[in-house]
Design a binder for this molecule. Sequence first.
Ligand code: SAM
Ligand code: SF4
Ligand code: SF4
Length: 348
Amino acid sequence: MSHKTPDVLDTFGRPLKSLRLSVTDRCNLRCKYCMPEEAYTWLPRETLLSFEEMCALTGFFAELGVDKVRLTGGEPLLRKDLPTLMRMLLENPRIKDLALTTNGMLLAEQAQAFRDAGLHRVTVSLDTLKPERFTALTRRNGHEQVLAGIDAVVRIGFRSLKLDTVAMRGFNDDELVDLIEYGKRVGAEVRFIEYMDVGGATDWSMDKVFSRAAILERLSRRYGPIEPIIEQSSAPAQRFVLPDGATFGIIPSTTAPFCAACDRSRLTADGLWYLCLYAKDGTDLRRPLRAGAPAEEIKSLIRSVWQGRRDRGAEERKELEQIGARGRLVEIDKLRADPHLEMHARGG
Ligand code: SAM
Ligand code: SF4
Ligand code: SF4
């Protein structure tokens, strides 16, 4: 007899499956596509969830169908004792897949502890192979540290390693082939992400987006015909195969969004739950948790909010684009007043 919990479905029939858990809103880089401003408002420390609170909330999600958890931030490695959180999360047998997205700066020294704690998959953000470009983009030094982090992950061996590259016209569109070749050397799949106009991306403009079509055109000039891989998946990346058998992905969030299959939601480090990267409001789960609300009450809140979900943010942005009305998502004064609107608070 099967004990599988029936999926909780939103208004478009999308299941609640994958949770991005932001463990901190702080970051040691200042990537121009994510944190271009000089100053930021941070979440008050006393509001940040403890590991026990994160695990309690994740446990409720897991009972409602979540089986994939991705740790993110800000920069998740800035949160102390991350392996402890990994171990605690993996004590829950419903969590089948635990992944991490990191900028790689502190990865070399922590990768073994993550492996020992049971972490399954690692994604490192890598936008360039040129140290001076890295510094121009992130406004910090540390390219060598990121590459050392990737080396460590390769040496230690995880279930998978992916490299995420935000493709930006005029910035790194001349490096796509080099990045794929680097990925082949280290045994990692590269995924090119279209630059998105999420809250916090105050430098965004359509002309900086290097689109899926442009990426494919650029790569096929070098490699020859590129074939799409046909697969049933809720993963945001569309995957392709090169004539030599190497694979890569494209996440075309801006020009060809994939909201119809989106089973992802996001919990900020202070316990606000967002149904979409573009959502303006979230549901406060910290308050009922800290007030001692019974598990059933919090679970039924989560269930009813997900059942009412209508979010398809990237598709709506594209529709605005088509009528020439794609303005800034959130004004800077609103971002300053509510850091939850930032990509670095809700996790990419
Ligand atoms: N700090 C970690 C990192 O950079 O990998 C994790 C958090 S970061 C917000 C997660 C992902 O979001 C990164 O891969 C980053 O490249 C991506 N990202 C941030 N701003 C973006 C934007 N405006 N468009 C597309 N991707 C973006
Ligand atoms: Fe860059 Fe990630 Fe930090 Fe954003 S959160 S500034 S993408 S390293
Ligand atoms: Fe999912 Fe929102 Fe991204 Fe669409 S825009 S794929 S609904 S998170």
